[in-house]
Design a protein around this ligand. Structure first.
Ligand SMILES: C[S@@+](CC[C@H](N)C(=O)[O-])C[C@H]1O[C@@H](n2cnc3c(N)ncnc32)[C@H](O)[C@@H]1O
Length: 206
């Protein structure tokens, strides 16, 4: 059984407190702040985003995407954990909430303008499902759409039960993996170093 399923369900009520507690997850707080900084800077929040249909993939309690909620046309939240989805719904009832799997997304082709995903969902998948997840993200993004996400450089750097984070990439490997799995992708921005557990990347579909 996938050990991350019960883990995320169990941790959901405490997740926001953990994100803000620098002693709980040494790398989470920093990764979280930088994610918002990078998100705002990269997408230059403003009128440009007003028509965007946004997917928060592996949304957890929704903390990754909240700076964009009121600046886009619609927000869809997808997660495998019902407890996480409930917590996100309590914060932003106007969202659309979908329980589902990142490697098999139940959306139409080109349904979204931007997919945001924080919490390294690609690093949580079995290696043989990463390509499927990337193919789904590419399928549901419209041409010129943005995929903005983070990943772990080394699962051992993250304080989580063994098996939750499975795959880490250094920058070169991550870029090679993406260019292979996301045909035609342009890497617009990269943030992080090998010393950090989490690195962030923004890619654009052709
Ligand atoms: C580290 S938490 C991040 C939550 C949130 N994005 C944030 O930034 O706080 C990882 C989330 O990924 C979800 N998750 C893990 N594997 C998943 C999968 N295969 N499909 C959908 N969600 C998944 C977990 O349920 C959990 O809510």
């Amino acid at each position: 059984m996938d050990p991350s399923l019960p883990y995320w369900d169990d941790v959901a009520p405490r997740w926001d407190a953990l994100l803000g507690d620098s002693n709980a997850f040494m790398n989470y707080q920093e990764s979280f702040r930088r994610f918002h900084w990078f998100l705002k800077r990269a997408l230059k929040i403003g009128n440009r985003t007003k028509s965007y249909r946004l997917l928060d993939l592996a949304c957890g309690t929704g903390e990754a995407s909240w700076p964009l909620w009121k600046r886009v046309a619609s927000v869809t939240f997808l997660d495998r954990s019902p407890s996480m989805l409930r917590a996100a719904r309590n914060k932003y009832p106007k969202g659309i909430f979908v329980r589902g799997d990142a490697a098999s997304l139940p959306f139409l082709d080109a349904e979204f303008d931007v997919v945001v995903s924080r919490g390294a969902v690609l690093s949580q998948l079995d290696t043989d499902r990463i390509e499927a997840a990337c193919a789904h993200v590419w399928r549901i993004l419209r041409p010129q759409g943005y995929f903005f996400f983070d990943f772990v450089t080394d699962p051992k750097l993250v304080q989580a039960p063994e098996g939750v984070y499975r795959t880490g990439w250094r920058r070169k490997e991550a870029e090679a993996m993406l260019l292979h799995s996301l045909p035609g992708a342009t890497i617009l921005a990269y943030d992080g170093t090998e010393a950090h557990a989490f690195n962030r990347i923004l890619v654009r579909k052709p």
